[in-house]
Design a protein around this ligand. Sequence first.
Ligand SMILES: Nc1ncnc2c1ncn2[C@@H]1O[C@H](COP(=O)(O)OP(=O)(O)OP(=O)(O)O)[C@@H](O)[C@H]1O
Ligand SMILES: [Mg+2]
Length: 265
Amino acid sequence: MDDDALRAWSVSVRYPGQPEPALADVSLSIGPQALTVALGPSGCGKTTLLNVLAGFVPPSQGRVTLAGAPITGPGADRAVVFQHDALLPWLDVRDNVAFALELQGVGRRERHARAEALLAEVGLAHAARQPVWTLSGGMRQRVGIARALASPSRALLMDEPFGALDAFTREQMQTLLLEVWRHSGRRIFLITHDIEEALFLATELVLMSPGPGRIVERIEPGFSRRWLAGEPVRALKSDPAFIALREHLLDTLARHRQANDKETA
Ligand SMILES: Nc1ncnc2c1ncn2[C@@H]1O[C@H](COP(=O)(O)OP(=O)(O)OP(=O)(O)O)[C@@H](O)[C@H]1O
Ligand SMILES: [Mg+2]
C-alpha cells in the first residue's frame, strides 16, 4: 500500500433529488508519481469524483484521504485546473499566476520572480505582462497550469483541461503536461473523454460508466513514460499496442452503453 497516496475508499455520492447515485463504490489510489486519468462518457461521475478528491463534495458513503489524513474540504495541497479556466480578467498573466503566492504571503518581488519562472516552464515567458483577454485558449490553459503549480500542492486535479482546444494544440498541451509532470514531481488526476489523450497520458487509466457512476476497468498504459524516455508522440499513438488498447476501450464503452440502454428501455 502506498502511504503517501491520495485515496478514495469505496466512495458513493448521491445528490439530493437524483434517482441513482452519481458515484457508487469508487475506490482509487493516486500515488505521488501517478498520472491517473478518468475516462468515460458524459454523466458517468468524472467531475463528481474530482470534486470529492478536491474536497468540494463530501462523499455520502466512504472516505477520501491524502497520505492517510482525512480530506474534509478544499486545501492548498490539492490544486484544481478547471475546464473553463478561472483566470482573473483584471490581472495580467504574471499576476494571475502570482495570485496564489500572494495568498501565501509571499512578497511582491519574490512572487513576480517565481511567477515568471513558472510561466517559463509552460512556455509563456514572453506573455507575462499581457492582459489575459489577449490570450488564445491554449495559452489560457497554460496560465491555469502555471497558477496551479504556484500553490504548494501535492496533487493537480484537472477537469477536461484541453477539451476546448483544436487537435494540434491539444497534442502540444499533452506533451507540455508530461514535461510539467516530470519537472514538478506532482501527481496528477486528469479527466477526459478523449480516448487517445487518456491512453497517451495515463500511468493508470480508469474507465467509468454511468448509471450509477462507477469504475468498470483499470489499465496501466505506460505510453507517457515511453514519451519521456524519448519516443516520438506520433510513433506512440500509432503503435499497434496503443491501437489495440484504443479499440478495446471503445468496445468496452460500447458494451456498457448497450447494457445501460437495455436497463433503461
Ligand atoms: N450538484 C449536483 N446536483 C445534482 N446532480 C448532480 C450535481 N452534479 C452532478 N450531478 C449529476 O450527477 C451525474 C454525474 O455528473 P458529473 O458532472 O460528475 O458527470 P461527468 O462525468 O463529469 O460528465 P461530463 O462529461 O458531461 O462533464 C449526472 O447525472 C449529473 O446530472
Ligand atoms: Mg464533468
